[in-house]
Design a protein around this ligand. Structure first.
Ligand SMILES: NC(=O)C1=CN([C@@H]2O[C@H](COP(=O)(O)OP(=O)(O)OC[C@H]3O[C@@H](n4cnc5c(N)ncnc54)[C@H](O)[C@@H]3O)[C@@H](O)[C@H]2O)C=CC1
Ligand SMILES: O=C(CO)COP(=O)(O)O
Length: 320
């Protein structure tokens, strides 16, 4: 099958490598002037992997879209709306299958990425999300993982899984698009929290963070029309090791750098997502104490240690 991957950063480049590895014809697209694209064009490698010879690199969006039956998108989540707008103007996108491989919520609206994409591109496409745990650094060493693909149409989900499943990635069929998307986006916020715990030498609190983090996000998922149990699946809890504990996680590193007064320059999606969560917590009248604490530390200059201690002074309550 012909597959294009739009976005040639850390994850997009891996996705193209993977689609090629499992036997597809692949184009990897990047913006002509992007640092990642220029680097790949010059050397055919990045910090994580080398591109196989038969994988085509292109900076033509038109060509990449018309070539493929399945189009995978992996750019920064906050850029998706304007990018979708660009795609909408291309001929021949109708009937194609798009897979969003990003983890975030639109900061200004709290919308899920499939909502954002659907609003811009319209209904005459198939749309799915691919989320769950996985770092390129592990996959290129042939360390396998389990991930989840979900959509509103189980036949589309099954078709994608059939094309992409392998002994490197075992896929599960997602059953709750709302829960999968919220779960994937919010695990990044818990990753930032974990990094802050690392930076404060409070590592032993990560177990509690896992228990209480899943609990607060499951309340939000239920309020937003999803199934709260999804949060205990691959898109959220299943991604905690790769985020809360992994040396590779950008969100965890961002959190640690933040409390240590350092700058972390790479994309940490949880930063924008926590803004969306602040508004969703008000809109749905759901308490999100951990997410709110992270918001206050990052955007309201609250002291991280004191804000954490304040969480302990909240009234005692039942666990579930
Ligand atoms: N296990 C998983 O499912 C993983 C998912 N991700 C997700 O993948 C997404 C991308 O993350 P990374 O690859 O780490 O980021 P990155 O910063 O390495 O790459 C993002 C790419 O998007 C491109 N881009 C940004 N704005 C654009 C626009 N308006 N139009 C076209 N291209 C644009 C940039 O040039 C860059 O090449 C994030 O949402 C992240 O959460 C990342 C790693 C693992
Ligand atoms: O989603 C990921 C792992 O599953 C990547 O997490 P980071 O973006 O925090 O590195």
């Amino acid at each position: 099958m012909n597959i294009s991957v739009l976005g040639c950063g850390r994850w997009g480049t891996f996705l193209a490598w993977y689609a090629n590895k499992v036997g597809h014809n692949v184009i990897l697209w990047g913006r002509e002037n992007s640092k990642n694209y220029i680097g790949l064009k010059e050397t055919r490698k990045n910090d994580y992997l080398s591109l196989p010879e038969d994988l085509e690199l292109s900076n033509s969006l038109e060509k990449s879209v018309s070539f493929a039956e399945i189009i995978i998108i992996s750019i920064s989540a906050q850029e998706l709306r304007s990018f979708a707008n660009q795609l909408k103007s291309l001929n021949g996108i109708q009937g194609k299958t798009f897979i969003l491989c990003m983890k975030g919520l639109e900061a200004t609206s709290g919308k899920r990425l499939s909502q954002v994409f659907g609003e811009e591109v319209g209904k005459n496409i198939n749309l799915a999300v691919w989320v769950g745990p996985g770092h390129v650094q592990d996959f290129v060493k042939h360390i396998p993982n389990c991930m989840v693909i979900g959509s509103e149409n189980i036949e589309i989900t099954k078709k994608i899984v059939q094309e992409l499943n392998s002994d490197l990635i075992r896929f599960y069929y997602g059953q709750d698009l709302i829960g999968n998307e919220l779960g994937a986006a919010t695990k990044n916020v818990m990753g930032i929290a974990a990094g802050m715990l690392d930076g404060l030498n409070y590592r032993s609190l990560k177990g509690s963070l896992m228990a209480r983090g899943t609990r607060e996000i499951s309340r939000l998922v239920r309020a937003m029309g999803g199934n709260d149990i999804t949060i205990y699946g691959l898109s959220h809890l299943g991604d905690y090791e790769a985020t809360l504990f992994s040396v590779h996680s950008h969100n965890r590193k961002f959190g640690q750098a933040f409390v240590e007064g350092e700058r972390f320059g790479k994309l940490a999606e949880g930063v924008a997502t926590v803004k969306a969560l602040r508004d969703l917590s008000i809109q749905y009248d759901i308490e999100l104490p951990i997410c709110n604490a992270i918001y206050e530390i990052i955007f309201e200059n609250k002291n991280a240690k004191e804000t954490l201690e304040d969480l302990f002074l909240r009234p005692v309550k039942f666990e579930f």
